[in-house]
Design a protein around this ligand. Structure first.
Ligand SMILES: Cc1cc2nc3c(=O)[nH]c(=O)nc-3n(C[C@H](O)[C@H](O)[C@H](O)COP(=O)(O)O)c2cc1C
Length: 190
C-alpha cells in the first residue's frame, strides 16, 4: 500500500475544498491510501511550525501533494512557516525520491498562481523529490480550464467554499491526485 499525503493550508476554506478533491482522486487509485494534513496556524509559535506529527506523517508517505492559497503571488505565510520547518529533513535527505505535486487556489484566473506552484515545486526539488505535473490539456466540462501544467489551479474569491472552486476545478484537482498516486504506487512496486 502506498500513502499519498495532501498537505495544505487554507485561510477561508477554498483551498481546503480543493485539497479534499485532490485527496479523493488520490484515494481512488487501487493500492493507495490518501490522507489530508492541514497546516493549522495554531501550530505556529513565534513564526515556527511545531507540529511534529505532520512532519512524521510525511516521512511515512510515498507521495506528497502540497496545497496553498495564492497570497500576494506566492504561498501563504503559514505554508512558508511549514516549509521552513522541513529544513532538518532536507539536511538528512529524508524526503529524497518521494513523489511530489501541488495545487493552488486564488481569485484571479491567473492571479499569479504559477509562481505559487513554482514555489512549492522548488521546495520539492530542494528535497530531491520527483515532481509530477498535470497531464491534461484544457478540455470538455471545463477540466483544466485555467491551463496549468505545473500542478492544478482553482479559482475562488469571496464566494463561500461550497460554491468555489467550481466542480471543473475540483475535478482537475482529482485528476492531479490520481496522477500523483499512480506514479507513487508504480515507484513503490519497482
Ligand atoms: C492576503 C491575501 C492575498 C491574496 N493574494 C492574491 C493574489 O496574489 N492573487 C489572487 O488571484 N488572489 C489573491 N488572494 C485571494 C485568495 O487567493 C482567494 O480568496 C483564495 O480563494 C483564498 O483561499 P483560502 O480560502 O484557502 O484561503 C489573496 C487573498 C488574501 C487574503
Amino acid at each position: 500500500m502506498a500513502t499519498v499525503s495532501v498537505v495544505y493550508h487554507s485561510g477561508m476554506g477554498h483551498t481546503k475544498a480543493m485539497a479534499e478533491a485532490v485527496a479523493k482522486g488520490a484515494g481512488e487509485v487501487e493500492g493507495v491510501k490518501a490522507e489530508l494534513l492541514a497546516i493549522d496556524p495554531a501550530d505556529i509559535t513565534d513564526g515556527r511550525f511545531t507540529n511534529n506529527d505532520i512532519l512524521e506523517r510525511i516521512d511515512a508517505s510515498d507521495g506528497v501533494i502540497f496545497g496553498s492559497p495564492t497570497y500576494m503571488g506566492s504561498v501563504s505565510g503559514q505554508m512558508e512557516c511549514f516549509f521552513d520547518a522541513t529544513a532538518e529533513r532536507w539536511y538528512k535527505r529524508a524526503w529524497v525520491d518521494k513523489v511530489g505535486g501541488a495545487f493552488t487556489v486564488s481569485s484571479g484566473p491567473s492571479g499569479d498562481k504559477f509562481s505559487t506552484l513554482v514555489r512549492m515545486a522548488t521546495l520539492a526539488m530542494q528535497h530531491g523529490m520527483i515532481w509530477v505535473g498535470l497531464d491534461m490539456i484544457p478540455g470538455g466540462e471545463g477540466l483544466n480550464r485555467l491551463s496549468f501544467y505545473f500542478g492544478a489551479g482553482g479559482q475562488a474569491g469571496q464566494e463561500p467554499p461550497e460554491e468555489a472552486p467550481n466542480e471543473a476545478d475540483k475535478k482537475t484537482g482529482e485528476a492531479l491526485g490520481r496522477r500523483v498516486a499512480e506514479v507513487a504506487r508504480k515507484l513503490k512496486s519497482v
